[in-house]
Write a protein of this length. Structure first.
Length: 466
């Protein structure tokens, strides 16, 4: 037989890992070329992985919820046919760190051929025989993958992160009983032993040893193994941030760390804007969304106040470069089951309100389904955040780094409002603008927000000018 192992590709995003959401096949299933075999979640989207081989699934190198590393074995397929020539065996003692981490990832007696490490549609490299397979360089270092002949060991570990977890917690990986298929050692198996170690510290014998020690100050109640060592409080849940949540956390921290932001806001009478949209819908059967109408005014405002459509980058020598864009890629915050993402409408300055509305709907649907492409989720130059959908009035939104500004839209609420010296009930919306104070002073930011607010207050006049 001939067993080919497919390595997790980089998915064209430059990422180093992905979370395995679910397998769409099982060991023993027949698969065809291009057939989806798994769904993984990257820092940006859900991606279906197709099979580059035809045959019978031999090994699935991971379980749902596991973080899979790029360039590591993902799944193996028995393609039948003649057995491939064995790979050259490395000299004794020459096994690299990466090869050591891969030990046990393939079942004994299986032979591995290169998969090309690419997705169908991007070309599959020919399998190499007679020489060890080479890996894509990491930090300038190229390593050879171990053949199945050199990775047949008693201890079966799929993910290098599992070995790392064991090492960091002084757990002998050879003493771990794997609960996965064919004795596969999972992250949970190692964590279970770590928990037993913590419990042992709270055993009666350990307690007696502790009592035998000289007292130092006032006695304190020992924390249980389920309590946080810093607070002494029980832990409801604790997990490493991965995927979208980690990307969001890093982006927010970078924005706060790098951008000295300031915020201006204004209450806007949108009564006329709502009436105009209502008339358009009555006359045409449909009308642009409120977000699209406001966005059209914002895009016009960016042409008049270009500093809002820019970014500041730090050069290698520490100097700052201010780049102003000719054209607008308009980002908009979209809440999904996977977290907050920011799709962007490219070339938004060339679209009317109706076209913007259609693009918002299309991209939001892709984001919710986890099918947005990398180009859909990157490259924005200015972002709008409609937090009014959460029924709140205002928010000092965090700038979508490395952009220079983000505009927020609050909910529309009926309030008493002075119009021509008389109090009337009007529809009021709070608008905010958080901006990078390095690109402009407060007067410029206020001028932009005032332009958008005035357009929203008198939309007919604004649309005529546009």
């Amino acid at each position: 037989m001939s067993v080919k192992t497919f390595l997790l590709p980089d998915l064209g995003e430059g990422l180093t890992e992905a979370e395995l959401v679910r397998w769409m096949v099982a060991a023993g299933d027949s698969v065809a070329v291009d057939q989806p075999i798994a769904e993984v979640e990257t820092a940006k989207s859900l991606v279906e992985i197709p099979s580059p081989f035809e045959g019978v699934v031999s090994t699935l190198h991971g379980e749902a919820g596991q973080m899979m590393l790029v360039d590591e074995p993902f799944f193996s397929v028995n393609t039948g046919g003649d057995e491939a020539a064995p790979a050259e065996e490395p000299a004794a003692g020459a096994q690299s760190y990466l090869e050591e981490e891969l030990a046990g990832t393939q079942a004994p007696a299986e032979e591995d051929e290169g998969s090309g490490n690419v997705l169908i549609g991007y070309g599959t490299g020919a399998a190499k025989t007679g020489a060890s397979r080479r890996r894509r360089p990491r930090n300038g270092i190229t390593t050879a993958a171990a053949s199945s002949e050199t990775t047949s060991v008693a201890t079966r570990v799929i993910n290098p992160l599992v070995r790392k977890l064991a090492r960091e917690n002084s757990v002998d990986i050879n003493q771990v009983r794997g609960t996965g298929a064919d004795g596969l050692i999972l992250r949970s198996d190692v964590q279970s032993l770590i928990g037993q170690g913590a419990a042992a510290a709270d055993s009666p014998a350990a307690a007696k040893q502790e009592q035998a020690k000289p007292a130092q100050g006032s006695a304190a109640q020992p924390a249980s193994s389920d309590a946080d060592s810093r607070t002494g409080l029980p832990v409801a849940s604790s997990q490493v941030l991965t995927g979208v949540r980690r990307t969001i956390a890093n982006a927010m921290a970078t924005s706060r760390r790098e951008i000295p932001e300031a915020t201006v806001w204004v209450d806007v009478d949108v009564t006329k804007l709502l009436k105009l949209r209502g008339k358009l819908k009555e006359a045409q059967g449909s009308a642009p969304s409120m977000l699209a109408l406001i966005s059209r005014f914002a895009v016009a405002g960016l042409a008049r106040f270009p500093a809002m459509n820019s970014r500041i980058d730090t050069e290698a020598d520490g100097s700052l470069r201010h780049t102003v864009f000719d054209g607008v890629n308009l980002g908009f915050a979209a809440q999904t089951d996977r977290g907050l993402v920011v799709p962007n409408v490219r070339g938004a300055d060339k679209l009317n309100a109706g076209e913007l509305s259609a693009e918002f709907a299309r991209l939001a649907a892709l984001a919710r389904e986890g099918k947005a492409q990398v180009s859909d989720l990157s490259g924005s130059t200015f972002t709008i955040n409609n937090y009014g959908v959460f029924n709140v009035d205002g928010s000092a939104a965090i700038i979508n780094y490395p952009e220079a500004a983000i505009m927020g839209i609050g909910r529309v609420v009926e309030k008493p409002w002075v119009v021509n010296g008389k109090i009337k009930v009007r529809s009021i919306c709070e608008m905010t603008l958080s901006f990078d104070h390095r690109v402009c002073d407060g007067g410029t930011a206020a001028g932009f927000l005032r332009f958008v607010a005035d357009a929203m207050t008198d939309p007919k006049a604004a649309l005529t000018a546009l």
